[in-house]
Every structure is written in structure tokens, then in C-alpha cells.
Design a protein around this ligand. Sequence first.
Ligand SMILES: Nc1ncnc2c1ncn2[C@@H]1O[C@H](COP(=O)(O)OP(=O)(O)OP(=O)(O)O)[C@@H](O)[C@H]1O
Ligand SMILES: O=P(O)(O)OC[C@H]1O[C@H](OP(=O)(O)OP(=O)(O)O)[C@H](O)[C@@H]1O
Ligand SMILES: [Mg+2]
Length: 279
Amino acid sequence: MLRIAIPNKGSLSETAAEMLREAGYAGRRDPRALTVADPLNDVEFFYLRPRDIATYVGSGALDVGITGRDLLLDSRSPAAEIASLDFGDSTFRFAGPANRFTSLSDLEGVRVATSYPGLVEDFLAKHGVTAKLVSLDGAVESAVKLGVADAVADVVSTGSTLRAQGLEIFGPVILESSAVLIGARPDVPGLSTLHRRLQGVLVARQYVMMDYDLPAELVEAAAAVTPGLESPTVSPLRDKEWVAVRVMVKRAGMNRIMDQLYDLGARAILVSPIHAARL
Ligand SMILES: Nc1ncnc2c1ncn2[C@@H]1O[C@H](COP(=O)(O)OP(=O)(O)OP(=O)(O)O)[C@@H](O)[C@H]1O
Ligand SMILES: O=P(O)(O)OC[C@H]1O[C@H](OP(=O)(O)OP(=O)(O)O)[C@H](O)[C@@H]1O
Ligand SMILES: [Mg+2]
């Protein structure tokens, strides 16, 4: 039985639960439940604070988990990232009062508030800067105005929280984060199935199926536009001069590709969603 840690609340919880549901796993009926058994899939879910998930997985108490890359690094847990899950994107940055700081070295000896002290300490140490970290639980953007710190290091999504507190980003990007699947033992039974299922959900979200009809002599030119993952499926049509092509394309670029195919001579270009996939 694979024991899986997933966020019980916060920014990552809803999408993580949705991905697992799309991957065919059982979810919570009671939103306050801390565990859910899914014997049909031979897994058990543990709903935990995202900040604690790397600790549980790193200690071996649980096999795998879904958390943020920033939270994983901050925890200094020995758990490793297995795959990025393409949601919960954020950037981790330094910020300070407008015009006060320009580069990382300006942080030398300065008070920096953060709720990710492990992550920030490791980053500063790597760059040879010694700052005084002020560890806070959240709302760190208020720390400067309230006088407990000179700068902050925090998760930035839209940047509106920083702006509202009169702070500006400076210095290098500390980390580009996203939700990740983590584990401590790559060979744990059941992990490869979970990983493949989650990848199937990502593929179903990122790709669409494209069908089109094409004069047979244009197959090579069309394959250059839509190479597919392995190779496009080309089927004969009743009219021997035409073929039907079926191929997966990235959802994000599909309209540009349809235009290119149309210009090339393809007709009846149809797009349909992929509901599930195993590649
Ligand atoms: N706008 C955002 N605000 C906070 N965290 C975000 C945001 N977007 C993505 N994340 C990611 O979500 C994870 C933090 O989730 P977590 O549940 O710990 O904090 P939270 O959503 O801020 O909830 P809370 O503040 O109630 O603890 C991190 O990996 C972070 O990078
Ligand atoms: O760039 P933005 O779109 O403004 O988002 C980033 C802010 O959102 C999060 O705060 P949250 O609401 O989770 O509160 P917290 O600081 O108490 O965790 C994060 O800690 C930042 O403060
Ligand atoms: Mg928060």
C-alpha cells in the first residue's frame, strides 16, 4: 500500500486533489478528514500541512508526497523531487522599500524577514552574504513597515501584496517553484503507477488530439508542422489522393498549428480533448 502525503489546505490543496481525482484516485468526502484509504488503487492518502509533507516523506514515515519545491528545499529534508506537476507556480524573491536595495550584497548584515528561513539561509550562504534572518509565520510583507526587518524574502505570485506594502523586488531570483511530487525511495512499490497516472493527467491537460485531411503528397511537410510524440498516424481515405492524419499537439499552440496546416493545404482540421493518457 503506497502512503501518499497531500496538502490539507492552502494554495496547492485543491489542484492536487483535483489531479489525483482525474488520475482515478479516491478523494475526501469529509473536507476535514486527515486520512482516506483507497484500497482499490492500493494507496492511502494523508492530508497534511504542505510545509510538513517533506518532513514526513524524508523521514520514511510516508512514501511520497505533493508539496511545493520551495517548501521541500526549505525543510532541508532528504526527500527528492520526482516530477514537477505544472501547477502552484510561484517565484521566491527578495524585496525591500523602494530604492533602498539594488543587489544581493546590499543584504550584508541586514534584517530579512521570511517564513522560509532554510531556503533563504542556504541561498545567502551560497552567495557569501550574511544577513540576520527574522523568521515569521506569514504576512511577511508587513515586517518592514512594522520595523522588525529591513527587507523580506517571500513567495511572489502577482506581486500585488508587495506593491500594497510599498516594497519592490530586487536581486536575483531565489527560486522558481511549482508543485512537485517528492519521494525518498525511488523503488517503492506503486510509485511508478502513481507517477505515470499523474503524467497522464498532465498530458491530458497539456495536449489535444488533432485530426485533419491532407493531399497525400503533403504528408512530409505536414509532419514537420505536427511531428507528434512518436510519429503521426496517417490513414488512407477513399479518395486515394488524400490521407487522414491524427496527431497529438500542445494545447497552447493549437490555433497557430491549425493556421499553418490550413495554409499548407490541410482541410477538415478538428481538435478534440484527451481525457486520459498513458505514454
Ligand atoms: N499566491 C501564492 N501564495 C502562496 N503560495 C503560493 C502561491 N502560489 C503558489 N504558491 C505555492 O504554494 C505553496 C505554499 O502553500 P501553503 O499552503 O503552505 O501556503 P499558503 O497557500 O500561503 O497557505 P497559508 O498561508 O494559509 O499557510 C508554496 O509552494 C508556494 O510556492
Ligand atoms: O504576489 P501575490 O499574488 O500578492 O501573492 C503572494 C502572497 O501570497 C501569499 O500570502 P498568503 O495569502 O498565503 O498569506 P501568508 O503570507 O500569511 O502566507 C504569499 O506568502 C505572499 O504574501
Ligand atoms: Mg501563505
